[in-house]
Design a protein around this ligand. Structure first.
Ligand SMILES: Cc1cc2nc3c(=O)[nH]c(=O)nc-3n(C[C@H](O)[C@H](O)[C@H](O)COP(=O)(O)O)c2cc1C
Length: 220
């Protein structure tokens, strides 16, 4: 008898919960709708993110078996645009350097002598931490390294990057974007700090001169 009562109680509970569920699916509050939309958007973003990741994993290899990588840091998107052009023109993979502590608008204010970037650029020993996951350079023969010019030089996070990797036997080609300044000593600074690799002379690029520049490099 006890078992029958217990079974009836369980069945009653199941029906009660099913009733609640049905009520919820019928009418969604604005908050619930918003939450559902957010979840949908997040799911779709995650899906496209994981697709991107998969694409990144399928690395591009040239007919002769060589592989090219375009590494870049870009605070406001200009260098990223040029990097993507280089990658598309050279059939390369890309790797974005991001800062563990992202640069805010205030951080990027070069009019402020106390802003984070001004202070970092005034001290050649600063090495901002990289937030992006480490990449293996194995198999890459040619590596483009792009960055914006900050106070006439490479952002210090680029020094963090080159000091973290071994470029032995790799051809390394620096490039930058800027408001007008040339690449100056940045390529040499990076070469010295890297301490390995066959570094070619770098250049300041705008979107329109990528193809000409790469053709003139006469890479194999
Ligand atoms: C902190 C800071 C300092 C800069 N210093 C220079 C400079 O010395 N010379 C120059 O031509 N442009 C300078 N710029 C402009 C950037 O180099 C230029 O906008 C660059 O294309 C931005 O690239 P990104 O969008 O990839 O970050 C500076 C920008 C910032 C934020």
């Amino acid at each position: 008898m006890k078992k029958v009562i217990a079974l009836l109680s369980v069945l009653t509970l199941i029906f009660a919960l099913a009733g609640c569920g049905a009520g919820n699916t019928g009418i969604q509050s604005e908050a619930e709708t918003k939450a559902a939309e957010t979840t949908k958007a997040e799911t779709s973003a995650n899906t496209s993110e994981s697709t991107d990741e998969n694409e990144e994993e399928q690395s591009n290899e040239n007919a002769d078996g060589s592989k090219t990588l375009v590494v870049y840091f870009s605070a406001t998107g200009t260098t990223k645009g040029v990097a993507e052009q280089i990658a598309s023109y050279t059939n390369a993979d890309t790797y974005e350097i991001t800062a563990a502590q992202p640069y805010s608008e205030d951080d990027l204010n070069w009019h402020d002598s106390n802003s984070r970037t001004t202070k970092e650029q005034n001290d050649k020993t600063v090495r901002p931490e990289i937030g992006s996951e480490k990449i293996s350079l194995d198999g890459y023969d040619t590596i483009f390294i792009g960055f914006p010019i900050w106070w006439g030089e490479e952002p210090r996070i680029m020094d963090t990057f080159v000091e973290s990797y071994d470029f032995t036997s790799k051809t390394v080609i620096p490039f930058c974007t800027s408001g007008g300044s040339g690449i100056g000593s940045s390529g040499d600074n990076l070469k010295t700090n890297a301490g390995s690799g066959n570094w070619l002379e770098g250049e300041r690029l705008t979107g329109s001169d990528v193809q000409r520049w790469i053709d003139n490099l006469n890479l194999s």
